[in-house]
Design a protein around this ligand. Structure first.
Ligand SMILES: [Zn+2]
Length: 265
């Protein structure tokens, strides 16, 4: 049994940072991480909004890069979710706490919360971190993290442009900022398309293209890449049990993409 709550404790353990959580680090990830990089290298964590386990498999052709990462150089975990909503789910991913413990349900709560994310805890230990997220969610982090890129939200199909900008900032920090040790980004095209009932194959193709470029940038600097979903997709045309607590499964992918593979794409 693996949970999204274990991601922050795992990253904290890798970097030797103290984080209080009821969840334990995932030992398999730590083994994988230390076997590739005994001295911790940069960890890039990308949340693909609404990528649940069913979509991960259904869209396997479109998400080819992500599947190949798992098959060739990675680990895949099926994580229990903690919420049906993005803000509390991401807060749980970054704090290792259940939503009722971190109390972050809206972007306003992000600014008021006294609970520290793994990014802030790393900063306190003198490690540089970066977040590339939607502007309103980013504002409370300014001054707390070394690098904060807030991207203006966009309506409708322009979410594709939004994700392109998220990807570009993520790549730019990986290429240009040597000391940064953790990069967090959040991409949202699949979520927007799921809500609107639009073509998820197109959304997944766009997302996979963005991931491929991020993989190349991570490979070039030799670091770890973690990719996960945040909650079950809110699909209009799929009848399945999504409980109030939103317990579902999302993939967590852990890879150390090698340079040689990345140079070919
Ligand atoms: Zn979400």
């Amino acid at each position: 049994m693996t949970s999204l709550l274990q991601i922050a404790p795992t990253i904290a353990s890798y970097f030797g940072v103290r984080l209080v959580s009821p969840a334990h680090p995932i030992e398999q990830i730590l083994k994988f991480a230390y076997s590739h990089y005994p001295v911790p290298h940069t960890v890039t964590l990308v949340v693909i909004d609404s990528l649940d386990l069913e979509l991960y498999y259904e869209l396997g052709n479109e998400l080819r890069t992500v599947h190949e990462l798992v098959e060739q150089h990675g680990l895949l975990f099926e994580c229990d979710t903690v919420s049906n909503h993005t803000t509390p789910a991401i807060a749980s991913i970054l704090t290792g706490l259940e939503p009722e413990s971190h109390g972050i349900f809206t972007s306003d709560d992000v600014g008021k919360s006294k609970i520290k994310s793994i990014l802030e805890l790393m900063e306190e230990e003198g490690k540089q971190t970066c977040a590339v997220i939607e502007r309103k969610g980013a504002e409370p982090l300014i001054g707390k993290l070394s690098y904060v890129y807030g991207v203006k939200d966009r309506e409708g199909m322009d979410i594709i442009e939004y994700d392109k900008i998220i990807k570009e900032h993520t790549i730019s920090i990986l290429r240009n900022v040597e000391p940064v040790q953790m990069v967090f980004s959040h991409i949202r095209t699949i979520d927007r398309f799921a809500h609107r009932g639009w073509d998820l194959r197109l959304a997944a193709t766009v997302t996979d293209g963005n991931i491929r470029e991020i993989v190349d940038a991570v490979a070039a600097r030799e670091g770890l890449l973690l990719i996960c979903g945040d909650h079950q997709a809110h699909l209009r045309d799929r009848s399945r049990g999504v409980g109030v607590r939103g317990v579902g499964k999302v993939p967590l992918i852990v890879t150390a993409p090698p340079r040689i593979i990345a140079s070919g794409s």
